[in-house]
Design a binder for this molecule. Sequence first.
Ligand SMILES: *[C@@H]1O[C@H](CO)[C@@H](O)[C@H](O)[C@H]1NC(C)=O
Ligand SMILES: *[C@@H]1O[C@H](CO)[C@@H](O)[C@H](O)[C@H]1NC(C)=O
Ligand SMILES: *[C@@H]1O[C@H](CO)[C@@H](O)[C@H](O)[C@H]1NC(C)=O
Ligand SMILES: *[C@@H]1O[C@H](CO)[C@@H](O)[C@H](O)[C@H]1NC(C)=O
Length: 459
Amino acid sequence: MNNLLMLFLLLVSNSFVTFSLTSKQPLANIAIHKVVIDIQESACITAYPIIMDYKHDDIVWVNVVVELAEPSEADWVAVFSPANFNASDCYSESDGDVRKAPYICTAPLKISLLYFLLAGCIVNPKAPLYPRLAQGKSWDQMAVTWTSGYNIDEATPFVEYGWIGQGRNLSPAETLTFSRSSMCGPPASTVGWRDPGFIHTSFLDNMWPNTMYDYRVGHRLVNGSIVWGKSYSFKSSPSPGQDSLQRVIIFGDMGKGERDGSNEYSDFQPGSLITTNRLENDLENFDIVFHIGNLAFAEGYISQWDQFTAQIQPVASRKAYMTASKDPFDGSFDETGRGDLQKLWQKYKVDIAFYGHAHNYERTCPLYENKCVDMERHNYSSSVMGTIHVVVGGAGSELSSFPGLNPNWILYQDEVFGFGKLTAFNHSSLLFEYMKSSNGCVYDSFTISRDYKVVKPSL
Ligand SMILES: *[C@@H]1O[C@H](CO)[C@@H](O)[C@H](O)[C@H]1NC(C)=O
Ligand SMILES: *[C@@H]1O[C@H](CO)[C@@H](O)[C@H](O)[C@H]1NC(C)=O
Ligand SMILES: *[C@@H]1O[C@H](CO)[C@@H](O)[C@H](O)[C@H]1NC(C)=O
Ligand SMILES: *[C@@H]1O[C@H](CO)[C@@H](O)[C@H](O)[C@H]1NC(C)=O
């Protein structure tokens, strides 16, 4: 097979498979130990193209056609990667009690009741993929992270970058991975496990402010040849205090979706692709993304992280994509934990606090000690009297409804897929907009204008 990775197609019909009523990944419910090979002469699976080459794009579409004499809803087609999975390596989640699901020991990449999905052979299964940017620890540092099949003993990872059309710089990268035994527990350590390959990060230092760069990731093999990723460009951040237009996209709870319609795993992020598509079409109109929590809803299925990474790659390869994974507290504006936070907001004169977790959009008046301190609804000015709280958790996950209490401090509520955008025009003028993912139109907005010196925290 040389360097070709065969993906393994498993066609299972319900006549010899036990399903259980868990809400896990569908294939996790198949008693893989009981699977018998029962070849139907008339059944046939064809896939095209057979060879997957990442020359043009990091995603390759493959058409799979399944022909069966008597197709039924319970027929499954799944793709395993890597193909050399071994049922004897399975770690039971149920203390060896094989009557309990799940049994399968590595999550399949793709699964579908339909007859279209990803399959085939990959020309270079180790090829570097999914470069993603993040603002570094200082304003003039950009971090580039990507995934490959090359460990450091096989190839040296690096990033080649520079001003567009100017000289090239090289920056070394570090290499990390993790193993099944380092997972906290099931399902990540059992049915959800998938070898993550190698994750590389390079820190590009001494970036010039507000400058267009291009870059590509590479691996120098021991024989001297270099395996390259594709080229992308980005604009570096401005230096602190510099007058410049800066536009920030902010949302939580986006999750991931399936572009091929396959039933990957608990499909409860119906808006995820709508938001991703909107951002991809709007790349010219923002500078950085803050995804505040609840990223992929992978729930211990490691292949889901790969898919999330693939989904955001068209955005994250060109804009710093900042993620946070710990919510300060649950839900929208209940009283829990808010007393202490209120003191902090007041001390640092926080104008706006953003939240995810509740899957919708909500905006309050400027609040201090649970009271509106300003009756203005759209144009705020002068010094900070209270904090405006904004829930931007409607980026993709199944929407949550509002409790229907309608306290007077709520100025706007919306239960559709959407996200927030902050535009800083200069030191003294800020615009917030709430946009719907479906059409990119602005449905709620407000401005804050004030003299810059007023906002410096009094420490
Ligand atoms: C599968 O794993 C078992 C136990 O680790 C091993 O004995 C067996 O040789 C493996 N089979 C293959 C085909 O690698
Ligand atoms: C180096 O090794 C790679 C992988 O085996 C191979 O594809 C490439 O042709 C080799 N390059 C040279 C210059 O031998
Ligand atoms: C800041 O930008 C706003 C919005 O474009 C503009 O109205 C205002 O005049 C600018 N202020 C300064 C000090 O440049
Ligand atoms: C007031 O706020 C609205 C809504 O954000 C905005 O469209 C308008 O430009 C603002 N007016 C001023 C004077 O800032």
